[in-house]
Design a protein around this ligand. Sequence first.
Ligand code: COA
Ligand code: MG
Length: 293
Amino acid sequence: MSSRPIRPRRSALYVPAANAKAVAKAETLDCDTIVFDLEDAVAPDAKADARERLRAHFRTHPESRKERIIRINALATDYGTEDLLAARGCIPDAILIPKVDVPQHVGEVAEALAQTDAPDTLRLWAMMETPKSLLNAAAIAQAGETTGSRFDCMVVGTNDLAKDLRMPGVDRAALRPHLAQLVLAARAYGLDIIDGVFNAFRDEVGFASECAEGVAMGFDGKTVIHPAQICRANSAFGVSPAREAAAADIVAAFELPENRAAGVIALDGRMVERLHLDEARRTLALAALQRGD
Ligand code: COA
Ligand code: MG
């Protein structure tokens, strides 16, 4: 339903922009996406230095094979406007707006970017992490239709969500209905959506299980906080060789002369419809991008 280009977003690594070592290291890691953070991972006294660090980083690394995102503070805060100007100057792939409650929070950043003649390639992403973002999820997702084509992706903030809902911890079972609402809203309007972080970054088993749940729910990838989580997120959300081979079989089957006009065929004892063909083509495109073809 969406004409947005396909981007692999299996792993999106948060990098505190105040941490010089982490900023430099991020470019060398295997994550699909880097989210340079000016918001919650940066203490108030370090905000100005963090902006300068990002400016210098993008000056010295104007190109990257990764998708690069800058998370700013909300425009309503003391830091928002300066963050937005700094991020605009860096020209990342997208600016991530935190604590989006209503569609206007996306609209006002889109408007500010339009006023500075920002290139269309500079996209907008939204953090979905407040009770209002849950209540307004469909209207926020729909904002993509009124903010030009900039709005691209939602990112779930499970720590903020659990805190605002007064959950005693980040309990996935309790969060599941809310997460499902967010995936639904994103899919209804053709946006990508990335799952929240897993705080216990040394717990490999717990992380793997949460990734598997995110895959099953339809998320495109996982936000990660530590390099040790990247590989597992890539493999959980990536296209496996078996899935790629199955997709290739479906495409090949519909290309047979006797099946070209068919709506539904049988393949290896299963019913395969044209909707599966669309999905198979998308899977093959994603697999090629993951390999860097
Ligand atoms: N991005 C890039 N590099 C990172 C990193 C990150 N998010 N987290 C850790 N590293 C690097 C460290 O700099 C270190 O590099 P080195 O081997 O070259 O010295 C290496 O990975 C190992 O780090 P480690 O010592 O295991 O972790 P730590 O104790 O230094 O940091 C955290 C732990 C959680 C503080 C850190 O991972 C972090 O800040 N994560 C991001 C937090 C964040 O952005 N939160 C906001 C969104 S929820
Ligand atoms: Mg948050």
